[in-house]
Design a protein around this ligand. Structure first.
Ligand SMILES: Nc1nc2c(ncn2[C@@H]2O[C@H](COP(=O)(O)OP(=O)(O)OP(=O)(O)O)[C@@H](O)[C@H]2O)c(=O)[nH]1
Ligand SMILES: [Mg+2]
Length: 386
């Protein structure tokens, strides 16, 4: 209701305006110029919420009448203004936004050259102590463009001493890698073969209309039926009648650790279909005694603080919250989740990148050991004499 321009006009009472500002006036309340709303009125809101209060008060004045404003009207505006100022002073200040970095890192991983050298040594000296499997196979599966091929390239780069791009990587509507690739890694150019194999697959589709790897093909790969260079067909999975189908895989052809590769920037966008696929793979491989790990890539794209300084990766509040939630959704413990920044556009190695990547690889080798221990218990392997 308008305020009266002159004392003989009827307009809204100043007390009603102040009550409205404080949130005591309900919607549809009919103003009475003779009597203001008071606590006894049945519609009076006793304890208004913050959202019921006004957050901005605008005095609407006709430009044409500014000079003709009655003194009593000016006084009313004054009263309202001083009341609003008083309310502002009484309001507690909004809580400051949480700091992007935590007080303490949520995982202790020092990033220095000595740590890198120790990790390199650990991986070089790794042995399965299982005669039938000298090179455990680590299978990388995940969404299209999650960084599976880039992870292999990054591992190879570290042991080669410079950035390499063997596995085709890049951005695409469909998976850039449509071939199954089994990649051994060598210690330096022409150096000895390192004791593990990374297996790169076609991506799982992000949306229903995209083409991704067939679920049955993932299981066939895990069981060792799929040979290197097999071309995945999203429309049909490999069958026993296919000449490329390996009918009698040995233990060394099978997968010993499954890694879900997930883009850090898309963690909260993992849809129901993809989550169900991950869960179904996890259940299947769990029965086979194969461990499942999660590799979070592109941490630089998900958190600005980490983009500025990769050593802050385990200090990032955002990554901590998202990773915790993801672990719960996928049913994977936090200790099974590693975070990395793959080499993408860089030309030189950086030991901050290297330590995260090597640490993730070390976790994968340890998980493969657990798989082999389980196979030994089931009487499926022969231990080496060493
Ligand atoms: N900034 C950044 N970019 C990355 C990282 N990892 C991968 N990329 C980039 O992401 C894009 C996709 O990476 P790929 O390695 O091809 O992903 P993929 O999972 O093999 O994809 P498909 O084979 O198509 O299923 C490439 O342009 C990479 O350079 C990372 O950690 N940080
Ligand atoms: Mg790829």
């Amino acid at each position: 209701m308008g305020m009266e321009r002159k004392s003989n006009e009827e307009g809204i009472q100043v007390e009603d305006i102040i009550s409205a500002i404080k949130g005591h006036v309900p919607d549809m309340y009919e103003f009475n110029p003779k009597e203001s709303l008071n606590m006894k009125h049945k519609t009076y809101k006793d304890s208004p919420r913050r959202a019921d209060q006004m957050h901005c008060v605008v005095c609407v004045v006709e430009a044409d009448k500014i000079t003709l404003m009655d003194k009593s009207l000016v006084n009313k505006f004054e009263t309202i203004r001083s009341q609003v100022n008083k309310m502002k002073a009484e309001q507690p200040p909004p809580p400051p936004p949480p700091k992007p970095l935590l007080e303490k890192p949520w995982r202790n991983l020092e990033l220095n050259e000595q740590v890198k050298n120790e990790l390199l040594q650990d991986i070089r000296n790794y042995e399965t102590l299982t005669e039938s499997v000298e090179e455990p196979r680590i299978l990388l599966i995940g969404q299209i463009g999650a960084g599976k091929s880039s992870f292999f390239n990054s591992v190879k780069s570290i042991f080669r001493g410079h950035v390499t791009l063997q596995a085709g990587s890049g951005q695409g509507e469909t998976s850039v890698s449509n071939l199954y690739r089994i990649y051994p890694v060598h210690d330096g150019k022409g150096g000895k073969r390192l004791p593990y194999i990374l297996c790169d697959t076609m991506g799982l589709e992000r949306e229903q209309n995209e083409d991704g790897i067939h679920m049955n093909d993932i299981i066939s790969v895990i069981n060792g039926h799929v040979p290197d260079l097999y071309e995945f067909d999203p429309k049909a999975s490999i069958t026993k009648n296919d000449i490329r189908y390996r009918h009698e895989p040995v233990l060394g052809d099978k997968v010993h650790c499954v890694v879900f590769v997930i883009d850090a920037d898309k963690m909260s966008l993992i849809n129901k279909i993809l989550r169900q696929k991950f869960q179904s793979i996890r259940t299947t491989v769990h029965k086979m005694g194969i461990p499942v790990l999660v590799l979070i890539t592109k941490v630089d794209e998900a958190c600005l603080e980490v983009k500025k300084d990769l050593s802050k990766v385990y200090w990032s509040r955002y990554l901590n919250e998202k990773v915790t939630k993801l672990g719960q959704e996928l049913g994977v413990p936090m200790s099974a989740i590693s975070l990395v920044r793959n080499y993408s556009s860089e030309t030189d190695l950086d030991w901050n990148f290297d330590i995260l990547i090597l640490n993730a690889l070390k976790q994968m080798l340890r998980a493969a050991d657990d798989c082999l221990d389980d196979m030994k218990l089931r009487g499926l392997t022969r231990s080496s004499s060493t």
